[in-house]
Design a protein around this ligand. Structure first.
Ligand SMILES: [Zn+2]
Length: 210
């Protein structure tokens, strides 16, 4: 493990992003932030309880993911007939219409990627909460970085599904419980990413190891 070498949080040298002045940064505590002594630019921020909050957002996101898959996403009414669509039906509709590549993309971005992001976050942060070392933090953090664009694109994909559905010229389209759960899941996931402080993560891992 080369955590110490690459991610040491004590006595690190930080260059100011604005004026390039080099600062020697001592151990940073939670809730602290540092500014350049010459130009005042922000050098670093360490959020309070970053890991706990990120875990809480990830668990909330997982709950909304389950809800989003349990109820109808949209309900259409046409000439007295009512039809409900689930989250997964967006992908199936593309597949059945012959756009199987699009079906796979929609399936990955609306089901696989959001779930993967939440599970990676939880399997990384939950053991740490219980004072245990996660199975492979380096791999998990790399995964999170790769999955990030997918985690942010669901709204866009959802827009495509809704547009696709509307093009079908259905009379009445009503929003189902799943759509609300889905949007809340995306918000929770984005918040989990935003609150996760990688420096806090590495220094916590170091504490658990020793
Ligand atoms: Zn500066």
């Amino acid at each position: 493990m080369e955590i110490d070498k690459d991610f040491s949080y004590t006595e690190a040298l930080v260059a100011c992003p604005e004026c390039d002045l080099i600062h020697s940064v001592p151990k940073i505590r939670e809730g602290e932030q540092g500014r350049c002594i010459r130009c005042g630019a922000l050098l670093f921020v360490r959020h309070k309880n970053s890991l706990n909050r990120s875990l809480a957002f990830a668990l909330t996101g997982l709950m909304f993911f389950i809800l989003a898959n349990m109820f109808p996403l949209l309900t259409f009414q046409l000439e007295g007939q009512s039809e409900s669509n689930r989250l997964i039906d967006g992908a199936i509709a593309f597949w059945n219409a012959g756009y199987w590549e699009l079906g796979i993309v929609v399936f990955i971005s609306s089901v696989v990627a959001p779930l993967a992001v939440l599970l990676v976050l939880i399997t990384l942060l939950l053991p740490m909460q219980l004072n245990r070392f996660p199975f492979s933090p380096q791999f998990q953090i790399r995964l999170l970085t790769h999955l990030k664009p997918w985690a942010m694109s669901e709204i866009f994909i959802l827009g495509i599904i809704v547009a696709f559905v509307k093009l079908q010229d259905f009379a009445d389209v009503s929003v189902g419980l799943s759509l609300i759960a889905f949007v809340l899941m995306v918000v929770a996931t984005v918040m989990a990413y935003l609150t996760l402080d990688e420096s806090a993560l590495w220094s916590r891992l170091k504490e658990i190891r020793t």
